[in-house]
Design a protein around this ligand. Structure first.
Ligand code: DX5
Ligand code: ZN
Length: 207
């Protein structure tokens, strides 16, 4: 069954949102970190992430949309991190950052934007545990799912046995239908956090 990672980006009160999520069957809490440079939005400063982790009863799935991930990775003080994911598009020594994530004992994720050629992932397959396939342009919650994502998932699925595939952006009870049997984790933000009943929204996505 597909696992659900709930993005708290669009929640009005993130502490209350996390407390509510603790009582649901969400598998992860998805933490979006944006630097205002890699994407045109600045959200979830690391100090807030560290504070939020003290309320969380679920593992953090951390998505770094930043040009300089090392400084963020080294500032994280959360004892509930499952994975840290960086972007393949950044102009940095990606392998050394992936090694830094691995050295800290977290699962290693690499994310790819909708217009980036997925062959860019190939040279990192030996070190990554998961690929986060963006199904919207990163930067904001509440956007529409890009249909060509399905074809990209099919290609990425051929690259490596046991690769965890996570999809992020515009996922609701309709858009998840075509991809839920092909992926391991679906990130969903506004569909869950704008609803009155988080557990019902999560059930709708899983079933
Ligand atoms: C977008 C973020 C997503 C976003 C998902 O840049 O990476 O995680 O919060 O939110 P929805 O589900 O509302 O598209
Ligand atoms: Zn995200």
């Amino acid at each position: 069954m597909v696992k659900i990672s709930t993005s708290i980006l669009s929640a009005k009160d993130r502490i209350e949102c996390i407390k509510k999520l603790n009582t649901t069957t969400t598998d992860y809490i998805h933490i979006d970190v944006m630097d205002g440079s890699f994407v045109p939005n600045y959200q979830l400063p690391i100090d807030e992430v560290n504070k939020l982790s003290t309320y969380a009863g679920k593992p953090f799935d951390i998505h770094l949309m930043v040009d300089n991930p090392e400084e963020y990775i080294n500032s994280l003080k959360c004892d509930n991190i499952s994975n840290i994911t960086i972007h393949v598009e950044i102009e940095k020594d990606i392998r050394s950052i992936l090694n830094l994530i691995k050295s800290k004992g977290y699962k290693v994720g690499l994310s790819i934007k909708p217009k980036t050629n997925p062959t860019k992932l190939i040279k990192y397959l030996d070190i990554i545990d998961m690929v986060l396939v963006m199904s919207v342009e990163p930067g904001f919650g509440g956007q529409s799912f890009i249909p060509s994502t399905e074809r990209r998932i099919d290609y990425i699925r051929t690259l490596k046995k046991d690769l965890i595939i996570e999809v992020d952006g515009g996922i609701n009870n309709t858009t998840i239908k075509k991809i839920k049997n092909k992926i391991d984790i679906a990130v969903s933000g506004s569909y869950i956090t704008n609803s009155d009943d988080y557990q019902k929204a999560i059930n709708d996505l899983k079933n």
